[in-house]
Design a binder for this molecule. Structure first.
Ligand code: SF4
Length: 114
């Protein structure tokens, strides 16, 4: 798996496994949060995402939930996010729920249909 520290598992989300599709936080300005202060934001290479999904599929082929990392993967545009969600469904066909964190500004860049 291609994880970059820090890896944060939300304790309130009953999710397994974790899949990193971004690193860091695009905002990184909340005064109470130092989690990603030393981490530059970047999008995980698609090859890494696919390799990780293959590993997850080998370990947990019937996974129904998954948590996307890092801080705010929802910041990705629909055109970048949709193919990743389709890839998840391809490798994990029983997938029902994808959890990810996002800021209001991340949601703002999506249309209602998206
Ligand atoms: S948006 Fe989240 S991860 Fe980013 S700085 Fe704020 S609390 Fe931390």
């Amino acid at each position: 798996m291609h994880f970059t520290e820090p890896v944060y598992r939300n304790p309130y989300w009953p999710t397994f496994p974790l899949l990193q599709i971004t690193q860091g936080c695009t905002h990184n300005k909340c005064k109470f949060c130092t989690m990603y202060k030393d981490v530059d934001f970047r999008i995980q290479p698609v090859e890494w995402i696919e390799e990780d999904l293959q590993e997850i599929a080998d370990m947990k082929p019937n996974a129904k939930t998954i948590q996307l990392l890092s801080a705010n993967p929802l910041v990705l545009t629909y055109d970048k996010l949709a193919p990743i969600l389709e890839m998840i469904k391809k490798y994990l066909p029983k997938m029902e729920m994808v959890y990810m964190a996002g800021r209001v500004t991340d949601v703002k860049n999506k249309t209602v249909e998206q």
